[in-house]
Design a binder for this molecule. Sequence first.
Ligand code: KG4
Ligand code: ZN
Length: 344
Amino acid sequence: MGEGKEDVFILAIESSCDETAAAVVKNGREVLSNIIYTQIALHTLYGGVVPEIASRKHIEKINQVIETALSEANITLEEITAVGVTYGPGLVGALLVGVAEAKAICFAKKKPLVGVHHIEGHISANFIENQDLEPPFICLIVSGGHTHLVLVKDYGEYEIIGKTRDDAAGEAYDKVARAVGLGYPGGPKIDKAAKEGNPTAIFFPRAVIEDAPYDFSFSGVKSAVLNYINSCQMKGIAVNTADIAASFQAAIVEVLVQHSIQAAKEYGLGKLAIAGGVAANSELRSSMAAVCKKEGILFYHPSPALCTDNAAMIGSAAYYEYQKGTRHGWDLNAVPNLRLGERG
Ligand code: KG4
Ligand code: ZN
């Protein structure tokens, strides 16, 4: 390929939930290919991800997705430097498909194996389109399974400064969307419906946790929305879906923005990034951008396609882990509840 000897090409694999994804990433920041087979349509039939179906579909699609990623990047398995794979957290059966595939490739082609934490992947999505972004910075990770406020001290070095006590932000979006009949996945649907609604039409609670200014709680706002819908139905009042969506979103976004800005100010870093599926939310992005501008904080965010699950972000994280010397053996296993900063 005429590349310098020092170039590092990572083949990355992601299968922790309902996307079967593979990518080739050069030197941690340049995406040569990023292939995603999404199972969303399949799971929509059931109103959410069915783990058994997800695993089976991953098995069916993974080889094809990897082959496409390699051919689009115009690279062969022999030319790959290492394979990076998500090994947790996520659905165990789904994760195992990617992990087994990565191990098989590494064994057959004698390549180093680098296990990646899914959340580290989400954070690293920011490195791909922001070539100037270097740690330290504060990152808000908001996905279907996680809501974390993290101090990124260095590549691969994290301190969790806040997290949700109950539901993840994306989970709250998905549950509220189901309750108002918008279906799965709820985040993008609420995002769209909210554009037609009034964010101050209904007041939903913003949870504050005493003594833990960076922790979150979203079960209260979710219950408040469900109660509001119930009481409207009992009184025979028609619910306004757009107003509910806009008012619920305002409650979620306000808390996410406040906590993140406070953390960026307190830690004095002047740099704030967002990551995870909910980071694709248009209201979160515009509110965060406006407040960061006012406060003189540099705001970083991946484009929406790199916020939701993908393998390019895993390739970026794997590169920095590879450079630090992280190598996994044939005993690498899927760890469904892997914690950030923990070594598997
Ligand atoms: O990061 P992700 O793809 O998967 C996990 O690791 O969980 O995040 C999926 C979550 C889902 O809850 C989905 O509803 C939410 O991200 N999401 C959004 C938007 N797009 C996806 N939430 C709000 N607004 C969006 N535009
Ligand atoms: Zn994710």
